[in-house]
Design a protein around this ligand. Structure first.
Ligand code: PEP
Ligand code: MN
Length: 351
């Protein structure tokens, strides 16, 4: 009888390299993952790369390495599939779970083809990453296609979204989308992939903790024995030898007790908004410097009363659309304007 991944009463933790690269890399990594007490091992065999002529995965040989890992270690194994052909090979090598990557998830034709090939296959778990765009229907649609094919062990993965400007992240973690998915589908487990959100090792811990605190059901974390030598995603993979300590430092809220989920979620969103506010203020001051240069060249005074009145009136009007009081706008814009005057005065003195 198959043990369902989604039926786990413990957090679901999946670790392993972004890509399978060599037999020894996979062996060392699997050993570290097993030692960390993690039960699931991941490795990309076919890699969806943005540009051609980059490493596109080791291919079928890597499935043999995964099969061996499954036999040698107390690990179940999974990899990404993007076509019925990939799935067919995974079944041939007894892979325990497959995941549908972000780019594939965004394409209903591809997902449907995989779903058609999954018809009648019961003993493989399927994980579906969110599509690159923050749209819950596309994600849900892909999950439904797999479900309609008869898959009984289905899990969603939040791996962040491509927003054009992702701030400090590689992919923006818009937590509202997975939470909306959870609201629509309470029965569905959702895990977080902090690695593709972070893009950098240093950020993986805080994103992992945030996901666990919000109530995610687990994590998929990229780990590599020697990340700087990795063929893909070298900056975000954790050193696999540090995985045990990394996991020990995370706090896993009881899976039954998720009382303050919303508070944690809203705080994380506030942090994201504050970071954007700060970046925008910085950009605004840079613009002030450019204006200072023009004022200096044209012998204009730094403070221009009519322009200040125009800015303030504009913002008082705009503030109304966002339910921001006139007093608040006056106070905040007085501060912003004063800082802008300071920046411009300093610029003029230095020249
Ligand atoms: C991956 O997990 O290595 C991967 C390519 O992920 P994503 O589909 O989230 O980009
Ligand atoms: Mn990767």
């Amino acid at each position: 009888m198959k043990e369902y991944l989604s039926a786990s009463t413990k957090p679901i933790i999946i670790c392993g390299p972004c890509s399978a690269e060599s037999y020894s890399q996979m062996q060392v990594c699997a050993n570290d993952v097993a030692k960390a007490g993690v039960g699931w091992f991941r490795a990309g065999i076919w890699k969806p790369r943005t540009r051609p002529n980059s490493f596109e995965g080791i291919g079928e040989e890597g499935l043999l390495w995964l099969k061996e890992i499954k036999e040698q270690f107390p690990l179940k194994v999974c990899t990404e599939v993007a076509s019925p052909y990939h799935l067919e090979l995974c079944l041939k090598y007894g892979i325990d779970a497959i995941w549908i990557g972000a780019r594939t998830c965004a394409n209903p034709f591809s997902v449907q083809e995989i779903a058609n090939s999954l018809q009648g296959i019961k003993d493989i778990s399927v994980l579906v990453k969110n599509p690159p765009i923050p749209n819950v229907s596309t994600w849900l649609g892909s999950l439904e296609r797999i479900e309609k094919a008869g898959c009984e062990d289905l899990i969603a993965i939040h791996r962040g979204f491509e927003l054009g400007n992702n701030g400090i992240y590689r992919q923006s973690p818009d937590w509202r989308i997975p939470l909306e998915l959870k609201r629509l589908r309470k029965d569905l487990k959702i895990i977080c992939d902090p690695s593709h959100i972070a893009g950098k090792r240093e950020l993986v811990k805080e994103i992992s903790q945030c996901a666990l605190s919000i109530g995610f059901d687990g994590l998929m974390i990229e780990t590599h024995p020697n990340p700087p030598q990795a063929q893909t995603d070298k900056s975000q993979q954790l050193y696999s030898s540090t995985l045990k300590d990394f996991i020990a430092q995370l706090s896993f809220p009881s899976l039954l007790e998720k009382k303050n989920e919303s508070l944690t979620l809203y705080r994380q969103e506030i942090n994201d908004i504050d970071q954007k506010l700060c970046a925008l203020l910085g950009e605004r001051m840079q613009m002030s410097k450019k204006i200072a240069k023009i004022k200096l060249e044209n012998n204009m005074s730094v403070f221009q009363l009519s322009r200040w009145q125009e800015v303030l009136n504009n913002m008082i009007q705009q503030g109304k659309d966002y339910e921001l009081s006139e007093d608040f706008i006056k106070e905040i814009y007085t501060l912003i304007h004063q800082e802008s005057i300071r920046v411009q005065t300093r610029y003029s003195k230095e020249k």
